[in-house]
Design a protein around this ligand. Structure first.
Ligand SMILES: [Mg+2]
Length: 237
């Protein structure tokens, strides 16, 4: 069968959005007690257009300015960031339909990979905590932390995976067959830049994101709900 299926992690293999909202509420209650949480959460979502949650201390400084509420003197932002990420890791759950599709694709003979933006330790902890440690071998789990590996949509993190999928020099060369599955415009653009097809997952929990205004321009090869992932991928591989 062959062919490589590259999965995004957050809000693709995992349900991250609810865990993220809960952890954001905890931080807001600590830094801005009594604030309008719904408004603050909405402003936080928009602030992620400037800083991802990976850059939480920078994000919180901007958030305080936008809310018009100074940060408490001596606030332990590094400690809050650590607590935030720990709460997300603790609360995250799997998207069972997408994980089932991944396991079925592997049983069919496809190779699996995970490519995710974020902090290396945090993303790997989510994978282990959710019982997905066996889904893809370590060499096919790529965390694009923006330091060692550029964040998506830069396709750099995919290159070693795609090189392997094309076969090593001197061996019988197979056609490059790989597909990327993700929930965001970032994933669609990553696949376009890497020259591979892409399935975009429709999720009700889709958050504001960098580049979200491009979603009508950056068209995936297929769009589906979590229940349709298996068939969508099989149609492309
Ligand atoms: Mg995602």
């Amino acid at each position: 069968m062959g062919g490589l299926v590259i999965f995004d992690l957050d809000d693709t293999l995992l349900r991250t959005a609810a865990a993220t909202r809960a952890a954001r509420r905890t931080v807001l209650a600590s830094l801005f007690p009594g604030c309008d949480a719904a408004r603050a959460l909405a402003v936080w979502r928009r602030t992620t257009l400037l800083y991802s949650d990976q850059q939480l201390t920078e994000l919180l400084r901007v958030l305080a300015a936008l809310l018009g509420t100074p940060l408490p003197t001596g606030a332990d932002l590094d400690g809050l960031a650590a607590g935030y990420h720990a709460e997300v890791i603790d609360r995250v759950t799997v998207e069972p339909r997408v994980v089932a599709a991944a396991r079925r694709l592997r049983d069919d003979g496809h190779a699996l990979a995970i490519v995710s933006n974020g902090d290396d330790a945090v993303q790997r902890a989510k994978i282990e905590r959710s019982g997905l440690g066996d889904l893809a071998p370590a060499e096919r789990v790529v965390i694009c932390d923006g330091i060692r590996i550029p964040r998506k949509p830069d396709p750099e993190g995919l290159r070693p995976l795609l090189h392997d999928a094309e076969g090593r020099p001197g061996t019988e060369r197979r056609a490059a067959r790989a597909v990327l599955v993700g929930d965001r415009t970032t994933d669609v653009l990553t696949a376009r830049l890497a020259g591979i097809p892409v399935v975009r997952l429709r999720t009700r929990t889709a958050d504001l994101e960098r580049g979200s205004g491009l979603s009508r321009t950056a068209r995936p090869d297929a769009e589906c709900s979590p229940a349709g992932v298996y068939q969508a991928i099989r149609a492309l591989l």
